[in-house]
Design a protein around this ligand. Structure first.
Ligand code: F6R
Length: 607
């Protein structure tokens, strides 16, 4: 996730406005910043790694000339957070400057073709190819807008783009495929931004560009076109009535709810990971004698789920370990043959970092899965994958959990392919199902986003909840419990269902709500027995199960029905969503702030 801002003013300098606009988008990324402005037909670019205010001051960017310009604040995905990788990116001649939010999937192929045509690249980003593609089209002697449209038709992946050129110094071009971009107009000029809060100080008259659209901005307004066929699109301006605070949450009352609803997009981004990173990490994993999946909190539950994936798909036994226990539990036996995959949204969790330092000292291979490309984990790991969820502001992890699972599932599938322990057909089928998961999550949000509140109303007064699941769903149950516990402070237990009769069942008495996570699959039959055990002791059963699963539905007091056909191994991704919503709405109902649960911090950097 990155932030984009652009403006064409009737009078005055664009650079200070771009600075102000990017500050409102800093939540979208903050590892490097850059502006491109145009003055008297000349293109000016300044950029560097660092936080917005620091870079803008150091490079005196507010002094950049011109009433037209674009700016970018970056959240690194391809290429380290360094000056060369900061946006804008330019073509060979330095005539075109491009800023981008998103991921271009086919950039390696396009880069290869452009290299063969003699283009020089200065960065390791996917974005830079766009400037060169436009340069290539400009050789055909077409108008700037047409050259850009032609270039865009080569791109696969997600993008929100801002493009300026010294050959067309009065306009800004923008385009969208999935990643958001909003246009705004006022009597002072025309604006574009990744998000409404950046526009609100200048105008509340906006148009949301839709996926597959392109717009040409000038100082009097903009024209929208369809990227594929170039036809014009007419769209009325919309008046935004949100306050700035509401706009920062895109109209959602809390960041957590916004982040829950962002999951279809963040999952699509996680699926766009470059295969070479998946290949690299899986190759390291394959070499180890023993493989640890190490993390804290929610990330640890992602590791538990992943251990089922690695075992079933790649026939690899892995040990999920709690970071704070890792040194005591395995520290003495680690060696050169050990591989430790550290999973951490922030990449800064103290316990996780302590554990990886210990592992490094014992010559183990440390790999990382993180959402923060410039974190300590990514610097200390031998290789890492960026899960590309964008910043998560709500303290409780939501979209980063599902994206971690998506990354780990891709690693497990990659290893399944290389190790060949399950049939190619099975791998292909699961891969196809994995590609559908973002749509499934979208469907779950549509079905249960509102209706989950009825369940919340019914159970709001409860003093204890129990969460149970079998197989991989025990990880979903654990994470569902953690969400409820940390947001509502209601004491709750979670166990693999088979374990419940070894102790936890003693808390069950008349009316205690027990949440069963029971997708269809291998573990489905055993869960029926567990439900009966609980029912016999008076528990009220809430089941998250597949739509039309008659046995489960008949045994349950309440049911959250999930779309049909989700493979059990991928089920934690969609099945956690109703539990995230349940915890969120229950916290709100109790008058608690779900974004800032008491005693918790987003990143636990202390022992
Ligand atoms: C729970 C939550 C925490 C984190 C844990 C690890 O909602 O957010 O349990 O998962 O503190 O954090 P990272 O993944 O940053 O290492």
């Amino acid at each position: 996730m990155c932030g984009i801002f652009g403006c064409i003013l009737k009078t005055g300098k664009a650079a200070p406005i771009i600075h102000e606009g990017l500050k409102k988008l800093e939540y979208r990324g903050y590892d490097s910043v850059g502006f491109a402005t145009i003055d008297s037909g000349a293109l000016h670019v300044r950029k560097d790694a660092g936080r917005i205010d620091e870079v803008v001051e150091r490079l005196e960017m507010e002094k950049m000339p011109g009433s037209l310009g674009i700016g970018h604040t970056r959240w690194a995905t391809h290429g380290a957070p360094e000056m060369v990788n900061a946006h804008p990116h330019m073509d060979c001649e330095g005539r075109v400057a491009v800023i981008h939010n998103g991921v271009i999937e086919n950039f390696m192929e396009l880069k290869e073709e452009l290299l063969q045509k003699g283009h020089n690249f200065t960065s390791r980003t996917d974005t830079e190819i766009i400037a060169h593609l436009i340069e290539e089209e400009m050789k055909e002697d077409v108008e700037m807008g047409e050259a850009i449209l032609r270039a865009l038709r080569n791109l696969e992946g997600s993008y929100a783009l801002g493009i300026v050129s010294s050959t067309d110094p009065e306009r800004i071009y923008v385009a969208r495929n999935e990643s958001p971009i909003v246009l705004g107009v006022s009597e002072h000029g025309t604006f574009c931004a990744s998000d409404v809060p950046a526009l609100l100080p200048y105008t509340n008259q906006v148009v949301y560009l839709r996926s597959g659209e392109f717009a040409v901005m000038d100082e009097d307004g903009f024209q929208i076109k369809n990227i594929q066929d170039g036809t014009s699109v007419v769209r009325e301006l919309q008046e935004i009535t949100w306050t700035l605070e509401m706009a920062e949450k895109q109209g959602y009352p809390h960041f957590m709810l916004k982040e829950i609803y962002e999951q279809p997009v963040s999952l699509r981004n996680a699926l766009r990971l470059q295969q070479r990173y998946i290949d690299l990490l899986s190759a390291f994993m394959d070499r180890g004698r023993e493989l640890f999946l190490m993390a804290a909190g929610t990330s640890y539950y992602a590791c538990i789920a992943a251990s089922y994936m690695f075992s079933r798909l790649s026939r690899l036994s892995t040990y999920p370990v709690i970071a704070s226990e890792f040194i005591d539990q395995y520290g003495s036996s680690l060696g050169i043959d050990s591989v430790v995959v550290a999973v951490s949204q922030s990449g800064e969790t103290y316990d996780t970092l302590q554990a990886i330092e210990h592992a490094r000292m014992r010559a183990a291979t440390v790999l990382g899965v993180t959402n923060t490309v410039f974190s300590t984990l990514s610097r200390r790991a031998r290789a890492y994958i960026s899960q590309q969820s964008g910043p998560e502001i709500g303290v409780a992890a939501t979209k980063t959990f599902t994206s971690q699972l998506m990354v780990l599932a891709q690693l497990a599938l990659r290893l399944a392919r290389t190790k060949g322990k399950i049939s190619q057909d099975e791998v292909d089928e699961l891969d196809a199902k994995m590609q559908e998961i973002p749509d499934v999550v979208e469907e779950v949000l549509k079905r249960h986003g509102e209706s989950i509140k009825d369940l919340v109303d019914k159970y709001a007064g409860e003093k204890l909840f129990v969460f149970l699941g079998r197989g991989i769903s025990s990880a979903t149950a654990l994470e569902g419990r953690l969400k409820l516990l940390e947001l509502t402070y209601i004491p709750s237990l979670a166990y693999p269902a088979g374990e419940s009769k070894h102790g936890p069942i003693s808390v069950i008495e008349d009316g205690v709500p027990v949440v069963f996570v029971c997708p269809r699959g291998n573990s489905r039959q055993n869960i029926v027995g567990s439900i009966m055990e609980m029912k016999a002791r008076g528990a009220r059963i809430i089941s998250i199960c597949e739509e039309g699963d008659k046995n489960i539905i008949e045994l349950s007091d309440d049911v959250v029905e999930m779309p049909v056909g989700i493979p059990e191994l991928l089920s934690p991704i969609p099945y956690i969503v109703p539990l995230q919503l349940f915890a969120y709405h229950l916290a709100v109902k109790k008058g608690l702030d779900p974004d800032m649960p008491r005693n918790l911090a987003k990143s636990v950097t202390v022992p």
